[in-house]
Design a protein around this ligand. Structure first.
Ligand SMILES: *[C@@H]1O[C@H](CO)[C@@H](O)[C@H](O)[C@H]1NC(C)=O
Ligand SMILES: *[C@@H]1O[C@H](CO)[C@@H](O)[C@H](O)[C@H]1NC(C)=O
Ligand SMILES: *[C@@H]1O[C@H](CO)[C@@H](O)[C@H](O)[C@H]1NC(C)=O
Ligand SMILES: *[C@@H]1O[C@H](CO)[C@@H](O)[C@H](O)[C@H]1NC(C)=O
Ligand SMILES: *[C@@H]1O[C@H](CO)[C@@H](O)[C@H](O)[C@H]1NC(C)=O
Ligand SMILES: *[C@@H]1O[C@H](CO)[C@@H](O)[C@H](O)[C@H]1NC(C)=O
Length: 361
């Protein structure tokens, strides 16, 4: 083959006498970040290479050029040329306790490239606000055919919390009803959907004098499940005071990525299932796959952290290595309306008082 396609073997070939029986073999095309699980961060397979005349000098080796990685989830990588490195050591295939060195080794470095549009997005919500800031309009792109029917420029409509649980198509009625109750404007042409296969909700759950909590929920709106999902959250100020996560496995990425916490599923909860039909498909909307955990923070380093001002929200979020779109606004404090109302009453009271005192002169 001049342009061979090499595919990693599925897990059931692990003990195959012909192609298996290699350490780290047969990972079905999935490797995890070393930070998450070193033992699953490499995949090995063996293939036989033959030489065709006139290129039959056994010691003149040329490695294959122009590598390319095709992935289902993270499809875009850019690879450099193979670079000669020291021969790789590997356990002897005979099974004896010995290591062999390869005849020659090359290294090909492939970097993930940023896709033109993200594939995941984030919504923000908080206990002090009854309106949710959903994923941005067209966060993961909009098709031209779609934009005739909706506006790609109109900001996403604020939602009641329960609307986050249903597919975008079923939110419209809820969003309109909510706008009516809350006296929000309803644009003539409604905003387009976010079109993201995965969304994450960051909810500020509480804020005390010595700490605060957030709840992170992952939604899978696609049909395919994610096994061994992982998500990374950059927190800036709040990072220093990250305390614990309860239903996920959380790791501080001290050196690797600044101010970032990585979350993975605990054993048995590392599977984010796909969307499925509601109990009665006629009456109930479809149900996305979900994973959720509480996360607690202290206020040791930043006692005055302004949670209501937005400092409790992440500044970057990644899902399975890909950067997710983040909203451009924060949930508004309900009390702000009350405050301005109270101020208005006070003003009127003072004015009335002024008018009254005027009369006495
Ligand atoms: C292996 O990968 C294929 C293609 O990505 C997927 O459809 C299949 O479910 C995977 N099998 C296992 C056992 O994970
Ligand atoms: C085979 O290749 C090696 C390394 O490039 C070279 O030193 C050697 O002379 C070649 N042998 C023949 C017979 O061409
Ligand atoms: C991959 O990233 C590294 C580090 O940023 C850089 O040095 C290298 O040139 C990149 N390689 C390619 C093929 O883009
Ligand atoms: C959490 O992750 C660490 C590092 O990958 C791992 O050693 C540990 O077993 C995990 N804990 C659970 C409960 O899954
Ligand atoms: C989901 O509901 C639709 C419409 O009722 C039906 O066609 C489809 O087969 C259902 N899918 C599953 C997996 O039950
Ligand atoms: C949800 O939206 C889809 C697409 O518009 C529609 O077919 C379905 O009937 C809606 N489901 C409910 C329960 O409203």
């Amino acid at each position: 083959e001049k342009r061979p396609v090499i595919t990693d073997l599925p897990a059931d070939r692990k003990d195959d006498p012909k192609v298996g029986k290699l350490p780290s073999c047969c990972r079905n095309g999935t490797i995890l970040p070393g930070l998450m699980d070193k033992s699953q961060s490499q995949s090995i397979f063996q293939l036989q290479v033959f030489k065709l005349p006139p290129d039959d000098n056994r010691t003149a080796l040329t490695p294959p050029q122009k590598w390319k990685i095709n992935g289902a989830l993270n499809p875009s990588y850019k690879c450099g040329p193979p670079i000669r490195i020291d021969p790789t050591q590997f356990p002897d295939p005979s099974g004896l306790q010995a290591t062999s060195a390869s005849v020659a080794s090359w290294q090909v470095v492939c970097n993930i490239t940023k896709p033109a549009v993200p594939r995941c997005c984030v919504s923000f919500s908080a206990y002090y606000s009854d309106s949710v800031v959903p994923c941005s309009t067209c966060a993961c792109g909009c098709k031209i055919t779609e934009t005739g029917k909706c506006s790609p420029r109109e900001p996403a409509m604020l939602l009641p919390a329960e609307a986050l649980l249903v597919p975008f198509a079923n939110r419209t009625e809820k969003a309109k009803a909510w706008a009516k109750i809350k006296h929000y404007d309803v644009p003539k042409k409604l905003p387009c959907p976010d079109n993201c296969g995965v969304s994450l909700n960051w909810h500020i759950d509480s804020d005390y004098s010595n700490g605060w909590t957030a709840r992170l929920t992952l939604f899978n709106w696609g049909n395919d499940p994610f096994q061994d999902w992982y998500t990374a959250v950059k927190m800036n100020k709040a990072y220093e005071d990250y305390e614990n996560v309860y239903s996920f496995n959380g790791t501080r990425m001290e050196k690797e990525v600044k101010s970032t916490i990585m979350f993975t599923g605990l054993k048995g909860l590392n599977y984010l299932i796909g969307i499925k039909n509601g109990t009665d498909p006629e009456k109930n909307p479809m149900v996305p796959g979900k994973q959720q955990s509480m996360i607690s923070f202290k206020k040791k380093h930043f006692h005055n952290i302004d949670i209501k001002g937005g400092e409790g929200f992440p500044t970057r979020v990644l899902f399975n290595g890909e950067e997710c779109a983040i909203p451009k606004r924060f949930p508004k404090n309900n009390a702000q309306h009350l405050n301005s109302n109270a101020l208005m009453v006070l003003c009127i009271a003072i004015l009335t008082f002024l008018f009254m005192t005027d009369r006495f002169h």
